[in-house]
Write a protein that binds this ligand. Sequence first.
Ligand SMILES: Nc1nc2c(ncn2[C@@H]2O[C@H](COP(=O)(O)OP(=O)(O)OP(=O)(O)O)[C@@H](O)[C@H]2O)c(=O)[nH]1
Ligand SMILES: [Mg+2]
Length: 462
Amino acid sequence: MNDTIAAIATPYGSGGIGVIRISGPKAFDIASKIFSKTKNRPFGHTKLDSHRVYHGYIFDTKNKDILDEVLLIPMKGPCSYTAEDVVEIQAHSGTIVLRTLLNEILSQGARLSEPGEFTKRAFLNQRIDLTQAEAVADIINAKSAKSLKFAATQNLGVLKSQIQELRENLIHFLSFLEANIDFPDDVDPFEPSEKEIGIIDDVLEKCRGFIRQHEDACFLKDGIRIAICGAPNVGKSSLMNRIIEQDRSIVTTFPGTTRDPIEEGLNINGIPFVITDTAGIHKTDDLVEIIGIEKAMDHIKASDLVLFMKEPGTVFSEKELEKIVPLKNQSEKKIIFVINKIDIKGLPVPELSKKYQHLPKIEISALLNLGIKELKQKIVEITIAGLDMEKSSVIPNLRHKKALEQTVESLEAVKAGLTQPLEEETMAIDLKNSIDSLGTITGETASLDILDTIFNNFCIGK
Ligand SMILES: Nc1nc2c(ncn2[C@@H]2O[C@H](COP(=O)(O)OP(=O)(O)OP(=O)(O)O)[C@@H](O)[C@H]2O)c(=O)[nH]1
Ligand SMILES: [Mg+2]
């Protein structure tokens, strides 16, 4: 924390501008040594005021050559990203020019930063908490408009303040409990009021709510998995191409065209999906097809939504559907019955049996691009319906979820202690554990291991 770090903060490659960031006690000094506001004036004497934008040139201090024309922004701590003295240099973006500038900065006494070190410093300097630091990575890696929205809210400290509030409530309860342990004669016997028991109930309820939100939102981060399946030649690959609006899967008149599962990511209304076209499922002796069908079954098993396809002139079969999605999995998987090739007239359209009347049914023509919009709408409607996160503004990540589960476990033990006579000391230990678990979310009680895991996943320069 006492040295000065520097890194290229923008991606490698050619671009309009590239940014180099310097942070630490020597940041201003290093910048003024290599910068001049004019081409001719000797460099190394510029007095830099904080929070101004300087136009000028970076020099090679050995050969006294101009390396690049830049904009330079000095920011005195604590009003900076890391809360230390920071200088950002906007140069032209090219691998060589940025590396040359960076080398010049390093030669003046800065050290190359580690991944995420700027954000880590912001955390260690208490400008942000751990949830905000994680939100920075989530913003950078957001795969959809929705996940970006949640990450941006988390970056504002919304999750932090909610967790802090829960923690403070527990600390209040603990102080009451500990007063009894420390001064048993001076205070009344430990008999928490309804209101105080309500605090534990409230924290428990909120933690469980956060856990549910996490589970729902896993969809948003990784994409909701859709598998297209059905008999050979029903038009699975044609539908895949229509949905992703690309010629990705091979379409032929021959049954058994698709063998390997073909996977593509797509966004519908800002929600990420991963869709897979699979081999037609039927009885066959063809070894390659058999392997393709096995792979298809694996993808269907792992999917959240199955598009079960049929075409006019065939009949809906419960046995066929239940082979693809076994009854025991039907509660956790959503199914849409898709009838393709409705442009073909004169053939009977398959009807759902009584048992499966509840399934949504959509008629389409992948060939003529009919009904695809309605199908996409239905996909969104049934996959995100009933998810809690639509109402919430922040989504805990997996690390938060684990900490919340530990909090719940410890708090349940505290609750049990309130109803059956348990030693106050034991209850205090459980309560402390729950307070510590919540603290790992914001970073108040996070170990170095946790910090390393989080910041090592960042890119260099962030
Ligand atoms: N008339 C009509 N033909 C279609 C439609 N959709 C697909 N087809 C045709 O049906 C044939 C099979 O289409 P594919 O998309 O390859 O079918 P598939 O289900 O992927 O077939 P396999 O990969 O062999 O299992 C092709 O000749 C398509 O042009 C449709 O909506 N209407
Ligand atoms: Mg196919």
